[in-house]
Ligand binder design. Structure first.
Ligand code: BMA
Length: 323
C-alpha cells in the first residue's frame, strides 16, 4: 500500500552522532500528567492523520482509576485537547452499549473507515472492535474472540477480501506468557484460519511475553511489526520496544526478528510512574514520500511520549540485528 504524505508530521531529524533506530522527542512527554479535567494519566493511545490534522482515541484514567477511551485532537501532533466525556458506542442497531472499562485502543484506517480495537470488559478482558467514519459515532460489533485477549492490532489493508488481525491470547490478570497469533476474517465478525506468528524470545528483554504494538507497516521488503517485549525481574515487568519483519504476502511468516530491543525504558518519564519501566508502542504516523515515522508510546502507564525513526532505518536495524 502507498502511505499518503503527512506534510505536517510531528517529526525531528535524528541528532548528529546518534545511531539509535529510534530517537526520542526532546520535549517528551507530549502528554503530561493531568492534561485535562478528570484526566490524571493519558497513555497507550492511538493517533491518526485525519483531514489535515491529528485525531485519536486516548486511554485516560481519573480518580476511580478505571481506564476509559476519549476523543482527542491536535493541529501539530505534539499538543492535544481532549473531550471531557468518554466516547460513547452504539451497537449495529444504533442502541447504546457500554462496558465498565476500555484500554489500549488501536486505530487503523482501511478504505475510508476507521477501525478501533481495544481491550474491553466481556466477562473478563477481551478484544472489542468498533468502526467510525467521523469520530463521533462508534459502532461496536460483537467481540471478535472469547476472553482472555488484551492485545489486538489490525493490518492497515485487506488481503484479498480478508481482514487480518494480530493478537495475543492471555489470562485474566497480568499474564506471565503470550505469543502473537494472526487471525483472518471476511466481515470482522467471524474470525478463524489462525496462524502462529511469534513466541517470546530467548533474549531476556522479551522472554516473558510479546504483543503487537502499532499497525504493521508495509514496505517493499515485507511488514515491519513493532511490538512490545516484556522482561521479568525481581521488581516486576519491564516493557521494551522490538521489531520484526513479516512476509509481504503471508505475514504469519517471520522473515527476520531483531534480537535486540529498539527502545527500552531509560528516561525518568519511562522509569518512574504508575507502573515503572514501561515503553508501550501503540500508534505510528508514516509520511509516505519520506518514510519518516512518528511513534506514540505510553510511558510508565502515566504519560504519552513520541519517538522518531524512518522505514529504511528500521529495516536496516532488523536485518543488522537479526537473530
Ligand atoms: C499490559 C497492559 C498495558 C500496560 C502494561 C504495563 O498488560 O495492561 O495497558 O501498559 O501492561 O502495565
Amino acid at each position: 500500500m502507498k502511505y499518503p504524505a503527512i506534510p505536517n508530521l510531528p517529526y525531528v531529524e535524528r541528532p548528529a552522532g546518534c545511531n539509535d533506530p529510534f530517537w526520542r522527542y526532546e520535549g517528551n512527554p507530549v502528554i503530561k500528567r493531568h492534561p485535562g479535567p478528570g484526566k490524571d494519566r493519558v497513555f497507550n493511545s492511538s493517533v491518526v492523520f485525519y483531514q489535515g490534522r491529528f485525531v485519536g482515541v486516548f486511554r485516560s484514567e481519573g480518580g476511580d482509576g478505571i481506564p476509559k477511551l476519549f476523543y482527542g485532537e491536535s493541529e501539530d501532533g505534539f499538543h492535544f485537547q481532549f473531550e471531557e466525556k468518554p466516547s460513547q458506542f452504539v451497537d449495529e442497531e444504533g442502541k447504546p452499549v457500554s462496558s465498565c472499562y476500555q484500554y489500549d485502543p488501536r486505530l487503523v484506517e482501511i478504505e475510508g473507515t476507521y477501525y478501533l480495537i481495544w481491550c474491553d470488559e466481556f466477562h473478563g478482558p477481551a478484544l472489542a472492535i468498533a468502526y467510525t467514519k467521523d469520530f463521533k459515532t462508534y459502532v461496536k460489533i460483537k467481540h471478535p474472540f472469547l476472553p482472555f485477549n488484551r492485545n489486538g492490532v489490525l493490518f492497515p489493508r485487506k488481503f484479498g477480501d480478508e481482514f487480518l488481525m494480530l493478537s495475543r491470547p492471555s489470562d485474566g490478570g497480568h499474564t506471565k506468557f503470550g505469543d502473537i497469533f494472526l487471525s483472518r476474517s471476511k466481515d470482522l465478525r467471524y474470525w478463524g484460519a489462525h496462524d502462529h506468528v511469534m513466541e517470546p524470545g530467548y533474549e531476556w528483554w522479551n522472554s516473558i511475553k510479546i504483543g503487537a504494538g502499532c499497525a504493521p507497516i508495509e514496505t517493499e521488503e515485507g511488514w515491519i511489526m513493532i511490538f512490545h517485549g516484556v522482561a521479568g525481574t525481581c521488581n516486576g515487568f519491564v516493557y521494551s520496544i522490538g521489531a520484526a519483519l513479516l512476509d509481504k504476502d503471508d505475514p504469519s511468516k517471520v522473515i527476520a526478528r531483531s534480537a535486540d530491543y529498539l527502545l527500552t525504558p531509560e528516561k525518568d518519564y519511562e522509569t518512574v510512574g504508575f507502573v515503572p519501566n514501561v515503553c508501550f508502542p501503540v500508534s505510528a504516523l508514516i509520511d509516505g514520500p519520506t518514510g519518516r515515522i512518528a511513534l506514540y508510546y505510553g510511558a510508565a502507564d502515566t504519560v504519552t511520549a513520541l519517538a522518531f525513526t524512518r522505514i529504511d532505518l528500521l529495516l536496516d536495524f532488523i536485518k543488522a540485528h537479526k537473530r
